[in-house]
Design a protein around this ligand. Sequence first.
Ligand code: UVW
Length: 327
Amino acid sequence: MSSEWRTVADRVRNWDKWGPNDQLGTLNYITPEKIARAAATAKQGKIFPLSIPLDAYGPQGAHGFRRNPIHIMSVDGGDDQMGRHLAGWGGPAESMLAEWWKGPMRFTDDYIIMPLQSSTQWDALSHVYYDGQLYNGYPAASVTSFGATKDSIDQVAGKGQIVSRAVLLDVARHRKVKYLAPLSVISPEELDDVAKAQGVSIESGDIVLIRTGWRARFLETHNGEAWLQESPGLSWRCAEWLHNKQAAAVASDNIAVEVVASEFPDAFLVFHMLTLRDMGMMLGEIWDMEALGEDCAKDGVYVFLLVAQPLRVTGGVGSPVNPIAIK
Ligand code: UVW
């Protein structure tokens, strides 16, 4: 039982499938023809942003790895009289401000400080490794303290690759619940049932969105610790299901896409290992699918265009994203 996932890992491993230098993995399934066909699914002009707010009130609890984003104003409306107060103070700011502030124009500026994994995000292929190797056999040590030199998020972001047909599988609605029960496991058989009930099929190059309702759960409790540690999600077995469908990527509204419970006595987050490291499939996490799910239930349309470009963070092992679903 404990080595079963390694047997599956051997079956789903896509290393060298797109050449020895590949760093895009299953995004290679998104061809120009696929993007053109995906664009044709946007028929109604309805737009759904799928990110949660970037602020201090996100779901990161006190576990220590990650904090919610910190937003700091560096120039604000209270600086209206700054030019006057700096007069005679000296330094380069005084002369610059005297010029810039001489008329009525004023500006405001801000910073955001955040772990790249703390909000709506993409995991890059360099986010997870085991046995010392990343996707396509690159050594884990190629993720250096200067950043990932292989499988980094800018490999993807620089190529404009995350635009495709997407399918929402609304598991919570299928089970007729607001959100799945804590640590509830979604099997590949259930994904087939949901797709059948919704009248959709997964095609090569699709991005699969899984709704557990866990976003609604967080908004009800605002308990980040429980939200993370009790997260329901996909079984490790869904990795092979996605492999067989030739999905380009998978995203969910929970912390890890997969259930946060060990399905093996000797390995944790096995779905992460199989998708990111073996298949080369990126994971989208903490996406807000509430409004989209409601609309899909209303109009019966679960297929749409998805535009979800990561930021070009040089050497990043992930990136915040504001995915847009367009019907
Ligand atoms: C881990 O917690 C390792 O990853 P993720 O942010 O992808 O859930």
